[in-house]
Design a protein around this ligand. Structure first.
Ligand SMILES: [Zn+2]
Ligand SMILES: [Zn+2]
Length: 404
């Protein structure tokens, strides 16, 4: 502990002093690195890493000040970093046992990873911190592809910066932001709070999502201290919920908050595609995964509609505060977005793009009157108004043949 404090205070004293101190301790650092910091799977071997889509195990510019600042400031048994084509990850998670009930899922994931990283075994009783993060990084890129598919975009749609001609797509290659998406997973809540208070000015209990304005990148900090989030089975869908918000915020650049019902419905859809029993509840500043609410959301929505207790789209459209999203609103928003994605994928991609890319008369992005913008898009794309939308949705919910 004392060591971390000392390093942090030295770092603030200036670059030349830091360089001098590091030069002195380098041999010891190098020896320690050989033992615990080299990934046992890709072995930091350029060829193995390239095949597996790994850009780096660090150091890397993750967060506001980079991976070395994270290591220096946030005490942990071990930090592991991993960068892929679209995401950067940091994790202080320890090893974890593969539980019998979860074995099938883990084996399937190991098999997918093994296809690109042949050093990975078919079966393991325990995942070390490197392998845990390798699996998260693989699934993170899979999720990025999933999200691009639902937006009906590819990397080629996003130029380095805004173009004078062509459709407005934001300001950068990462869905419209300049830099990669970042996820920092903390084994302790204390580290999470210590990490985020510097740039967010607040120390929330649960996950925090943030747009680092100067770098034009989106970051999520996730504490994995609660019992449910200690297990990757529920931690990853919780991360996906947060990534869904970050991706949608970033789409065509984060210039204004997207409609709450839409971003929340979408994040819940993405989370439940990964694990149907996982539900992240939004709090003041971020999200938290727990087991409250119904287990089977399809059944719960059918019940809601049968009892006439569902929300109307007209009620959801103007919502801005997370506190307005009660249980019925969340179930309804999730099911409405599910309906759009499943029954109308092409038009839904256009709807999402229209909601995120509103420009004013001067061509500047504006979040002005989003309820009105959504009504116009529903009309133009489907010839729906909120009432006929509700009818189409409830018809889909109550249809006798369900293939979901
Ligand atoms: Zn590795
Ligand atoms: Zn959410």
């Amino acid at each position: 502990m004392g060591c971390f404090a000392l390093r942090a205070s030295i770092a603030r004293a200036g670059f030349s002093l830091v360089a001098a101190v590091f030069a002195l301790v380098l041999p010891l650092d190098a020896a320690q690195k050989a033992k615990s910091d080299v990934c046992p799977w890709c072995k930091n071997d350029p060829e193995l890493m390239k095949n597996a889509g790994i850009v780096s195990h660090g150091p890397m510019p993750i967060g506001p000040k980079g991976s070395e600042e994270i290591v220096a400031k946030l005490p942990a048994a071990q930090w592991v970093f991993l960068e892929t084509a679209h995401l950067r990850w940091a994790s202080s998670l320890g090893p974890c046992n593969v539980e019998l009930e979860d074995k099938k899922r883990v084996m399937a994931e190991l098999a997918r990873l093994k296809q690109v990283l042949p050093t990975v075994p078919d079966e393991l009783k325990k995942l070390d911190p490197f392998l845990r993060l390798h699996l998260f990084a693989m699934k993170g890129e899979e999720f990025y592809a999933r999200f691009q598919k639902l937006l009906a975009v590819t990397d080629a749609d996003f130029p380095e910066s805004r173009q004078a001609t062509g459709p407005y797509m934001g300001n950068g290659r990462f869905l419209g932001e300049k830099d990669k998406f970042e996820v920092v997973i903390h084994s302790t809540r204390a580290n999470h709070r210590l990490f985020v208070v510097d740039f967010a000015g607040t120390a929330p209990t649960d996950a925090l999502r943030w747009h680092l304005k100067d770098e034009h990148k989106m970051i999520a900090s996730v504490p994995a201290e609660d019992p449910d989030l200690k297990k990757d089975k529920l931690l990853f869908p919780h991360v996906v919920h947060n990534l869904s918000h970050l991706f949608f915020d970033a789409y065509k650049h984060f210039s204004y908050d997207p409609p709450l019902w839409l971003t929340e419905g979408l994040a819940l859809c993405m989370e439940k595609e990964i694990e149907p029993t996982s539900t992240t509840n939004e709090g003041e500043e971020g999200g938290k995964s727990d087991v409250r609410g119904p287990r089977d959301w399809n059944a719960a929505v059918k019940k809601l509609v049968a009892a006439g207790k569902q929300k109307r789209l007209a009620q959801l459209l103007p919502m801005k505060e997370v506190s307005e999203l009660d249980e019925e609103s969340k179930l309804t928003a999730w099911s409405m977005v599910r309906f759009l994605l499943d029954a109308h994928p092409e038009k839904t991609a256009q709807f999402l793009g229209g909601v995120k890319g509103q420009l004013d008369a001067q061509g500047i992005p504006t979040g002005r009157d989003l309820p009105d913008l959504q009504r116009k898009l529903l009309k133009d794309l489907w010839d729906w108004n909120p009432v006929t939308f509700d009818e189409a949705w409830t018809g889909w919910v109550t249809a006798p043949v369900v293939t979901r």
